[in-house]
Design a protein around this ligand. Structure first.
Ligand code: NAP
Length: 239
């Protein structure tokens, strides 16, 4: 049985991805930071799943998580770098702490997790890494400048890493969601959401399931010749 680690899997897209990967027959490690009850309830509802608390922006905690996966299950076969946070506000008003939080979780978190998952994959000469970017990493968003930069970084990281590890049988791809119905967008008021919908050709926001079905595809042999790409899952929304 192949083992998938999904970061930020206690809620939203990561939660849905864990369900999809479990249904597809993978063992799933549900990484979380604060929402332990939700992570545990998800693990209890799936077969062959367990939870692991780790802050992806903390290199020591990340190393411990992948050591655990190696000792307990023989290593990571699939890594979904999904954990992320947003920050909405004028760029110039962001403090150093706020800037670091967004970059450390969204970009360095994916880099740390990849660093500690790769040795298992290189040893097996096989592996799949799926990074979660964002439409804002492709086109940029006002008042989400550092978030956009972190997600543009994820897209660049995907492209570069795919070139470095492809020869080891490891595929690295990215999914770039548009506006998705999760807690991340709970703070948007109805007027902003309604304006956003107008900019989406499908005239609606997406669901976590519509993203996780693409994660499942990238984790499967059906995508065996995809490497280094970013797939936009955004209802046609590119501004
Ligand atoms: P969400 O509903 O807010 O869930 C975020 C998840 O990330 C939670 O499970 C949270 O865990 C986890 N997390 C946050 N900081 C963490 C850390 N330091 N270490 C480990 N886990 C951490 O967000 P979402 O909408 O599902 O977003 C998932 C990914 O999709 C993010 O990378 C986001 O940027 C990207 N994305 C989302 C949208 C959207 O419209 N929703 C659009 C484009 C891209 P705890 O609750 O346990 O702390």
């Amino acid at each position: 049985m192949k083992t998938a680690v999904v970061t930020g899997a206690s809620r939203g897209i990561g939660y849905s991805a864990s369900k999809a990967l479990s249904e597809a027959g993978y063992r799933v490690i549900i990484n979380y930071l604060h929402s332990e009850n939700k992570a545990q309830a998800l693990a209890d509802s799936l077969s062959n799943a367990c939870i692991f608390k780790a802050d992806v922006s903390d290199e020591d905690e990340v190393r411990e998580m992948f050591d655990f996966v190696r000792k307990r299950f023989g290593g990571t076969d699939i890594l979904v770098n999904n954990a992320g946070v947003s920050h909405i506000g004028v760029f110039q008003l962001m403090s150093d702490k706020e800037i670091n939080r967004v970059l450390d979780i969204n970009l360095k978190g994916a880099i740390f997790c990849t660093k500690y998952a790769l040795p298992d994959m290189i040893k097996k000469q096989s592996g799949i890494i799926i990074n979660i970017g964002s439409v804002w990493g492709e086109v940029g968003a006002s008042c989400e400048v550092v978030y956009s930069a972190s997600k543009a970084g994820i897209i660049g990281f995907t492209k570069a890493l795919s070139k470095e590890v492809g020869m080891s049988g490891i595929r690295v791809n990215c999914i770039s969601p548009g506006v998705i119905d999760t807690d991340m967008n709970k703070s948007l008021d109805s007027e902003v959401l309604s304006d956003l919908k107008q900019d989406i050709p499908l005239k609606r926001i997406g669901s976590a399931k519509e993203v996780s079905s693409v994660i499942k595809f990238l984790a499967s042999e059906d995508s065996s010749y995809l490497n280094g790409v970013t797939i936009s899952v955004n209802g046609g929304m590119i501004m």
